[in-house]
Structure formats: C-alpha cells, structure tokens
Ligand binder design. Structure first.
Ligand code: GDP
Length: 359
C-alpha cells in the first residue's frame, strides 16, 4: 500500500504526532535524534458516510479505508553528504510515496529548537536542500547514460532534454514537485527521484497560530500547491486520553478547532497520495475501498478480489448522496438513480457499488 513518510527537523513534534496517529507510546523524548528506527502506523480514514450506509443497509460493522504513515528517522541536515544515518534517511524517503513534513510553529522555551528560532520557511528549505542535493547526485549519475542513448537513438532525445530541464530546476533550488507544470514528472519515474514526490505540510502550532486566520493563510500560501494541515500535536495526544465527548469538544474549542487535527491530516494524506474511495454495503459490512484517482470499474473491482477484475461484467453504481436521498437501494433503483456501468467507467469518489462478474 502507499505510504506517507513523516519528516522534519528534530524537536518539531514528529514523535508526538506519530504516536497520536498510531496511539502507541513509543518514547517522545525532548532531545534531537530520539527517533532512529522508522515505524509504520496504519490510520483509519474518518468517513462519516460509512455510518450512514450501515444504517441504510443494517450492516453489522463498518470497515474504513486506511492511510499508512512511516515515521522517518530525524536526521536531516547533511543527509545528502551520505554518511550512515543520512543514507538511511534518504533511503526511507525513497520508499515513501509522498512526503509529510512536520514544521514547528509552536513556541515553547522548554523545547530546544535546533536552528535556534521558529522559522517555517527556513525549516522547509533545510529539508528541500537535502532532497534536492540527493536528486542532483542521482541525475548527474544518470545523465551520461541518457546522453549516450539520445546519441544512438533520436527517440530518446526528449527523455534527455526532460532530465536536463529537471536538473536546471533543481540547480535553481526548487523541488520538482513545486515545478510540476514545467517538467514531465511521469517521464522521470525510472530515476526514482525524491523531490518529484507529492508533499504535504503539517504545521505543529499552538493556540495562538491555530486561532489566527491571517497567519494560517500566510503559511498555507507558503507551501501551496501542497496541502497544509494545522494542529497542536500535544493537544492531539491529550484528546486521545479523554473518554467523554463533552471534554473532547471543550478541548477542541479551546484551540479553535472543529475536529481533531488528526482527521484533517489523515484526509490530506489520502488526498496527497492521489487516492479516493468507493463504497460497498450489505448486511455484513459497510466498507470503503481504496483506489487511485482515475481508476476504472474493473480496476476498482480488482481491489476486492483479482477474480472480480478478470471476470468483470458490469457495475451497478449509485452516488452516495442519491442513495441517502432515496433512503434505500430499492428506492434509488425506482427513482432511476442506479446506473449500469461498463468496463470503461471511471470511478467517482463516493460511488456506492455492486459488481457483477463471472467466476
Ligand atoms: P521530534 O524530535 O520531531 O520527534 O519531536 P518530539 O515529538 O519528540 O517532540 C519534542 C518535544 O516537543 C517534546 O518534549 C514534546 O512534548 C514537545 N512538543 C511536541 N509537540 C508540541 C506542541 O505542539 N506544543 C508544545 N508546546 N510542545 C510540543
């Protein structure tokens, strides 16, 4: 499954956030480089539609989609120079499908800031610089081969030109993700570069920032086109200790949040990975299934079982909203809201589906 790699400078709250995401109690220590081994956390994607479906179909249980986060070791600066932990850091990022950078915007004199001050732009650039330098090394190694291929076969010329263009972008200090309109990212896939991966930014903030609309807009603008999520990792951890809804609501209110930041983070992670869900429901379960955006009906069926993809005949599809409005599958059918879709149908988020297939 696809994963988001959590990165960030030491002491920005990565472990606190990761532990809250996975509810485990691994050490969140107040000193740099506390997190060395990467960890994987599988987090359910909050989806209120499932509860509603379970009501309509009288389903015995609800099975949400999940998002996988990998906590990547804390070494950042100098990683591209190679030694030991630096190599491991980059290798772990290479395995991730998207990069989730945690940025500290909370102020706390008791927690040492490795750069001495709160400066989101500088933190972003520190990470970007290491990834850019690593990509430049990869490109410099690959270019002689690409040049040779372009000399012998002219159809290989666009690949060379694209790689040269990518190098120029990196030389100017920009990530390839940020320059996505100017370079052919899919054509670079074989090089497995780091900065082509989609980025997501988590601002680990305190109440002052969380309730300050202008500051949030400024930070959102800073990282666009990437998604920005705002939360207070310490509050997120505290929320998990509370067992009554009233206390949860009060604590959220005190930091100006409508829902736990972890929900927004999980949704943004799912979105950043280019994923969407479709839904199935019956007496056994109401369930969300994960597919890439743009997946066709047979591909979607294949996520349930490979036999479903091979033997696909058609899909009976109703949008979630139409189903809820009709109140039942039978009523949706009677209202003409249930469509029969063939093998070229491209799935929409929130389609409620029943597949017909041969075995
Ligand atoms: P990491 O090095 O990025 O993994 O950072 P940790 O999660 O270990 O956090 C470093 C220190 O900052 C710990 O003492 C945390 O309790 C503290 N911390 C983390 N998030 C917050 C936050 O949102 N607000 C405050 N005040 N402290 C935090």
């Amino acid at each position: 499954s696809l994963t988001l790699g959590i990165v960030g400078l030491p002491n920005v709250g990565k472990s606190t956030l990761f532990n809250a995401l996975t509810r485990n109690d691994a050490l969140a220590a107040n000193y740099p480089f506390a997190t060395i081994e990467p960890n994987v956390g599988v987090v359910p994607l909050p989806d209120p539609r499932l509860g509603k479906l379970a009501e309509i179909f009288d389903s015995a249980k609800v099975v949400p989609a999940v998002v996988s986060f990998v906590d990547i070791a804390g070494i950042v600066k100098g990683a591209s120079e190679g030694a030991g932990l630096g190599n491991k850091f980059l290798a772990n990022i290479r395995e991730a499908n998207a990069i989730c950078q945690v940025i500290r915007v909370f102020d706390d004199p008791d927690v040492v800031h490795v750069e001495g001050k709160i400066d989101p732009l500088s933190d972003i650039e520190t990470i970007n610089t290491e990834l850019i330098l690593a990509d430049l090394q990869t490109l410099e190694k690959a270019l002689p081969r690409l040049e040779k291929e372009a000399r012998t076969r002219k159809e290989h010329r666009p690949a060379l030109e694209n790689a040269q263009h990518a190098k120029a972008i990196l030389d100017s200090g920009r990530t390839l993700f940020a320059a996505q309109g100017e370079v052919d990212l899919p054509a670079l896939r074989e090089l497995n570069l780091l900065t082509t991966k989609p980025f997501l930014y988590v601002f680990n903030a305190d109440e002052g920032v969380l309730t300050d609309k202008d500051r949030r807009a400024e930070l959102t603008e800073l990282v666009a086109p990437a998604d920005a999520v705002f939360l207070d990792a310490k509050v997120e951890a505290e929320l998990l200790e509370l067992d009554d809804e009233e206390s949860v609501r009060e604590l959220l209110e005190s930091v100006g949040q409508e829902e736990p930041g972890l929900y927004a983070l999980t949704r943004a992670g799912f979105h950043t990975l280019g994923l969407q869900t479709y839904l199935t429901a019956g007496p056994k379960e109401a369930r969300a299934w994960t597919i890439p955006k743009g997946a066709t009906a047979p591909q979607a069926a294949g996520v349930i079982h490979s036999d479903f993809e091979r033997g696909f005949i058609k899909a009976e599809v109703v949008s979630f909203d139409d189903l809820v409005e009709a109140g039942s599958m039978a009523a949706a059918r009677a209202a003409g809201k249930v469509r029969m879709e063939g093998k070229d149908y491209v799935m929409a988020d929130g389609d409620v589906v029943e597949f017909r297939f041969n075995v």
